[in-house]
Ligand binder design. Sequence first.
Ligand SMILES: *Cc1c(COP(=O)(O)O)cnc(C)c1O
Length: 390
Amino acid sequence: MSAHLMSTYNRLPVAFSHGQGAWLWDVDGRRYLDALSGIAVNTVGHAHPRLVAALRDQVGRLMHTSNLYRIPLQEQLAERLCALSGADAAFFCNSGLEANEAAIKLARLHGHRRGVERPRIVVFDDAFHGRSLATLSATGNPKVQKGFEPLVEGFVRLPLNDADALRAASADADIVAVLVEAIQGEGGIRPVQAEYFRLLRRVCDERGWLLIIDEVQCGTGRTGRWFAHQWAEVRPDAVALAKGLASGVPIGALLGWGAAAALFGPGQHGTTFGGNPLACRAALETLAIVDDEGLLDNARRVGGWMLEQLRQQLGALSAVLDVRGSGLMLGIELDRDCGALVGQALQAGLLINVTHDRVVRLLPPLILRQEEAEELVARLVPLIQRFVAA
Ligand SMILES: *Cc1c(COP(=O)(O)O)cnc(C)c1O
């Protein structure tokens, strides 16, 4: 490990040299099945020939101009995302936290337009929205916040899926928006229940709040629909996207519906890199591949098969509390801390992650084939069986 890197990460002792599809090779030539995709980023897997060709072409043509000019690829990507989601307009940035930061600014602007001087946003226990000051303040994890106080004010935290708590909080006249992950990722693969989602929409309508959905991790086809909130059939006012949107080229996006799509005016928000031609080309090609290769259907089918297998093979163990998820976003919750499983899986040629201390998290690329899913389950199940027996 280089002494010249700030130690923001405890890194595993492995470095990869190249990848192909759902597989990575380390610098010593060992092969690993990638069940994490760089945390839900490599949507179309590694070195997808179509994405590689599109990026080569774009790099040779134009990588960056400026948002001071029109960017046709950005306009195309906005149109495509609006067509897929029903949104009216998009803002592009470079990461998940930036998409959420834009959403928080949007919510405050919405509040001030309505005469609320000190607007507040409802957020949830165990949420993760990023590591900028505003987004870590919105995050419901003390470990992310500790040492960075004073936190940004203006957030009201509630337990997720608790209708009574929401009703009680809604009396606060300073609340102007709700920010919620459709499925909590870092929080342990915890979905918003469909009924609670519809309640959120109802309360937002009644109170004039914006419903802002963080789909940075669960969006872009991961659950087998383009956007995870589409399963609950709720209409958002804004949706934040990032991770999987451009298969590894940094990008973030905030989609807006109706009045929320028209809140920002010139000079109120911006970014140098956001929505540059390279990132937008990567996103457009990613979306086209997802479409042409039927990857939504694949995520549903292969993910559904894995969920069922993991339930069948692990469900009887008393140490396995739950196996849950949607599409290719799966979590196995144990009754104990299980971070050690990550290194054991690495030894077994499998890349996984553990989040919320006790939840094994699987986020394989959406191109995962059935036989690769079988390989994944065959490598993972004995690891967990041995871990809980020890
Ligand atoms: C990863 C993540 C973020 C932060 O994204 P960055 O690109 O790391 O800034 C925000 N929200 C959710 C739900 C995430 O999973």
